[in-house]
Design a protein around this ligand. Sequence first.
Ligand SMILES: Nc1ncnc2c1ncn2[C@@H]1O[C@H](COP(=O)(O)OP(=O)(O)OP(=O)(O)O)[C@@H](O)[C@H]1O
Ligand SMILES: [Mg+2]
Length: 252
Amino acid sequence: MLIAEHISHTYPNGVEALRQFSLQLSAGQFMAIVGPSGCGKSTLLRVLAGLLRPTSGKVWLAGEPVTQPSPRIGMMFQDAALLPWRTVAQNIRLPLELGWRGNAHFSVEELIQLVGLRGFEHAYPRELSGGMAQRVSLARALITRPPVLLLDEPFGALDAMTRENLTAALEGILRATQTTAVMVTHSIAEAVFLADQVVVSSPRPGRPLGIVRVTLPRPRHWGMESWPEFGHLVGQVRALLAQPLVEPARVN
Ligand SMILES: Nc1ncnc2c1ncn2[C@@H]1O[C@H](COP(=O)(O)OP(=O)(O)OP(=O)(O)O)[C@@H](O)[C@H]1O
Ligand SMILES: [Mg+2]
């Protein structure tokens, strides 16, 4: 479904953000990417979204090269970035008004229901909590019914409890809509909770250090966090993150 082949990117100022980053996802799968700050995760998502042309390498979506943004790839950022003068419903509808009409899209009503915002259709962003604003942002990213959704730390600014609620809601929504997703997160537990595969990136320049496959059943619920298997998977991700990149110098 989504393939990234040997993506390397060096910014014009000489910063090498990514080196030979490859990944592969089947339809309906969820991939989480974790890695140290500044290792190139947001750069990778921008390349996958067609927002940034990599120095070398290619992205394929369902067999076609991705070279520019498309209604087939939705993107959700850390900051909800809602337009303050538009209501919830008007914010969700925005991509359609901008001409992002795919073959089939969700109705605003369907999405309001799906993300649990019934009764707030006509509220303005200033009247919403942070978690509600992120629900609007999720609905807006899904309106074109994109087969692929990219999420860059979407819940990073929220408190732990709201974050758990939204993560569980997201899991249900993506299953219901059969969306393929790639999410960057700093939370290892969140990555394991959501993903079929967790990709661990090296420090900059980012490249995959390893993949942890998550076979926990779906639907997932946070009670699973106390399962031995969950703890084992978290440990595997941590071990990859802690892996030394070069042989430590020998001291005699
Ligand atoms: N537009 C840009 N021009 C130049 N350098 C950039 C640009 N955007 C990012 N970088 C650099 O590229 C590297 C990777 O940045 P990126 O934002 O992809 O990291 P990240 O893994 O998303 O970090 P974080 O976890 O903190 O969000 C960093 O060193 C950053 O300074
Ligand atoms: Mg980032």
